[in-house]
Design a protein around this ligand. Structure first.
Ligand SMILES: NC(=O)c1ccc[n+]([C@@H]2O[C@H](COP(=O)([O-])OP(=O)(O)OC[C@H]3O[C@@H](n4cnc5c(N)ncnc54)[C@H](O)[C@@H]3O)[C@@H](O)[C@H]2O)c1
Length: 348
């Protein structure tokens, strides 16, 4: 089999850097495009994803291009003579950022995604295009599912979970939910109208090593980094909010299962599913057990549009791609704890 040419936008980020490493180890010809703006987006005055940018130097089959997905010349340079696969992970991933900066959120997630699709259509119209969508496209429709409350968590009444058939409109989403949905629907359209092989992955909470979590985004990694560097943690709300969490290496395997499949156009919810759900309070308990540290916990008011529960129904992707999550929530947490401990000087 000849080497595949694979472009990963946002290749220095959590999802992008793990995707790049996976395909580099598989022997493919990988290009990453990233403008290293994660720290700037979240007002952090030190480096973050620059760590991943340098980390990937160990793979001679990864070519790195510093550039912006909104800039057509940068995207065309990254595409070169064409790509067999494009995995579009570049994005502004924060809900809070989108509320404070809707124009930049739109320009990165909305226009930026359109620009990558349009360049792909012109340069390599037969390419496979994978889009990192989000559960936030379902917006407040998720809030309409009745909840039950127990000591440490909320749950959907009757064990309900969210499938791909949930309505995506007639409700609020936050600008982030709207700009990500623009990328989601454009990806689908470039499949149906222009014939790209496309897959939209509506991802729930993704976590992993090399995740530079901040208070505004990447809560699992942020709680771990804060605990190990003795910083206080603020929980917005009562801490009973629940997410299903998916370890990033499992996510990348789902992407590859689609790349290798014969499907033309698909939309999947992807997450850890019911067995890998955590409330913030349950996560804090695991963190205490696994680190032995005291945690300086504070509580504040609920944040706008913070879903009380989100749990993906992953039966469609399991059935169609023969994929399922392998790394449990606790094992993934331990991996991040070890990584932060090994790289403590980077966080201090
Ligand atoms: N992490 C999650 O839990 C999660 C959940 C659902 C969806 N998503 C989506 O998955 C994607 C990847 O998320 P992540 O957690 O890896 O985020 P991340 O911030 O770690 O990675 C995103 C990367 O994109 C880069 N980037 C941002 N704007 C850019 C631009 N204009 N041009 C080029 N590069 C740019 C950043 O520098 C960063 O390296 C995002 O699109 C996000 O919306 C993430």
């Amino acid at each position: 089999m000849s080497q595949k040419r694979i472009l990963i936008t946002g290749g220095a980020g959590l999802v992008g850097s793990h995707t790049a490493e996976y395909y580099a180890q598989k022997g493919e010809q990988v290009t990453i495009l990233d403008n290293l703006m994660r720290s700037k987006l979240f007002g952090y005055d030190k480096e973050s994803v620059e760590y991943n940018w340098n980390y990937l130097d160990k793979y001679p089959n990864i070519k790195k291009i510093k550039g912006d997905i909104r800039n057509t010349e940068d995207v065309k340079k990254a595409l070169g003579d064409g790509m067999d696969v494009i995995i579009h992970t570049a994005g502004q991933p924060g809900v809070g950022f989108s509320i404070d900066n809707p124009e930049e959120d739109y320009s990165i997630n909305g226009f930026g995604t359109f620009n990558v699709l349009e360049c792909a259509r012109k340069v390599c119209p037969k390419t496979t295009f994978i889009y990192c969508s989000t559960n936030k496209v379902y917006g407040e429709n998720v809030e309409k599912i009745p909840l039950v409350e127990s000591e440490k968590r909320y749950e959907f009444e009757g064990g309900k979970i969210v499938s791909e058939t949930m309505s995506i409109d007639h409700c609020g989403h936050t600008p982030y939910g709207a700009s990500k949905f623009m990328g989601d629907i454009y990806t689908q359209e470039y499949g149906y109208t222009f014939g790209l092989k496309t897959c939209v992955f509506r991802m729930s909470c993704i976590f992993g090593t090399r995740q530079f979590g901040f208070e505004d985004q990447g809560w699992l990694a942020w709680f771990i980094i804060a605990t190990l560097t003795n910083q206080p943690i603020t929980i917005y709300g009562d801490g009973k909010q629940v997410r299903d969490v998916l370890y990033v290496e499992d996510l990348v395997k789902a992407y590859d299962a689609f790349v290798e499949s014969d499907f033309d156009h698909k939309v999947y919810n992807v997450g850890g599913g019911m067995p890998n759900t955590l409330s913030l309070l349950e996560f804090v308990d695991i963190l205490k057990e696994e680190t032995g540290n005291d945690i300086n916990l504070k509580f504040a008011d609920w944040r706008l549009a913070d879903q009380k529960v989100y749990i993906s129904d992953i039966s469609k992707i399991k059935e169609e791609l023969g994929w399922s999550p392998k790394v449990s929530a606790r094992d993934g947490i331990i991996k991040i704890i070890n990584w932060v401990k090994e790289n403590k000087e980077f966080f201090n």
